[in-house]
Design a protein around this ligand. Sequence first.
Ligand SMILES: Cc1cc2nc3c(=O)[nH]c(=O)nc-3n(C[C@H](O)[C@H](O)[C@H](O)COP(=O)(O)OP(=O)(O)OC[C@H]3O[C@@H](n4cnc5c(N)ncnc54)[C@H](O)[C@@H]3O)c2cc1C
Length: 394
Amino acid sequence: MNERILISGASIAGLTLAHWLARYGFRPTVVERAPAPRSGGNGVDVRGNATEVAERMGILSRIHEFATDVHGMKFVDAADRAVARIDTRDPASIEIMRGDLVALLHEVTDVEILFGDSILGLEQDDDGVSVTFEHAPARRFDLVVGADGMHSNVRRLVFGPEERFVQFKHHYFAFADTDASLGENRWVTMFNTPGRMTGIYRSGNHPQAKAYFMFRSAPLRYDHRDVAEHKRLISEAFGRESSWRTRELLDAALADPDFYFDALGQVRMNSWSDGRVALVGDAAWCASPVSGAGAELALVGAHLLAGELAASGGDHRVAFARYDTAHRPLVNAKQRIGPNVRLMVPRTEGGRCVRDVVARLPLMKVIGAVERRAQARNARPLPEYALGRRGNGA
Ligand SMILES: Cc1cc2nc3c(=O)[nH]c(=O)nc-3n(C[C@H](O)[C@H](O)[C@H](O)COP(=O)(O)OP(=O)(O)OC[C@H]3O[C@@H](n4cnc5c(N)ncnc54)[C@H](O)[C@@H]3O)c2cc1C
């Protein structure tokens, strides 16, 4: 029962889910809007049970190989002098460029992937789901899972409009490739004016660097898929700033075809499933990039969802409920994002001065260590799911 499973989105959540479903003997198909796995983005963290998921998938050593080795955040003044540094290193966490992680997951996931396509319509009945695509012929599946990010198409089609589920957190952010010589090796350098941050993410193990922008704003109306419009918005926010390296970073961002822009938002849902359709990853619970938990939640959540489907013999009613119960405590904990945004983007000049003083105190290190200890104490072991439905699982 429930063998053919369509997954929308070939990123961290979608590929992890497809990998595990295939290992458990299901027949997953992935549909991805982009023509190939999307490679953009900054570093993401693999920690906690996500490390165990990566180990079980056989990619943990490769993740270590690609690790970024970033030491922390450095705040600078307009003359590029460091005014404060926060060491964010965590021995229990591995940071890897998002694109590298997606490439590793793609390598170990041997399933049918329909690139350059998207679900147009879904109709569920007692026996399955009829799916129409923008390009591929219509097909029938037993279950459908939306792993298509914060602006999920599946969530919109089945659960309702985005505004019901995405809470805007008063900021927009953007990443783009830039000249590595602009930033200090192994540090995320940040420069602030009130309500704005320009930065350079510079990993120790990569030749490239990322320009990083964040600004406080009322909600803006724009098409979240229109890159030209995103570039116009970032130009409007930073185009009049000439201090520090903002001009060079902005020029690099506007020239980058892989430019990535989004609202800082969180997805809150009471249930991650409706009948034969479920959600996983940012589509279900996006905690926002400032949580630093997107990859961790996606890896663990996708593993749990596949495992519960296998453990229940493919019974989606049982599996979807167990998946929700098992994963929600971690999601709730990670959605409490604390003072991260205020640290990165102080609203006023006074706030920036206070931030710089606080950042110079050893306090931040102590808070980080206390948080990590609390998380380790509350951690639940990752379930080991039995052999797959056809006896060829993990
Ligand atoms: C290009 C990019 C850059 C990112 N950069 C960062 C970063 O620097 N830092 C950070 O913390 N997080 C970043 N994120 C988000 C991060 O990947 C997620 O928070 C987290 O890893 C969970 O991943 P996910 O698989 O749930 O969602 P996502 O990684 O957002 O992936 C969603 C996938 O669904 C695809 N998709 C979207 N719409 C459709 C559709 N209609 N049909 C089919 N496929 C669709 C997208 O192309 C994408 O591949 C980025 C996401 C993307 C897509």
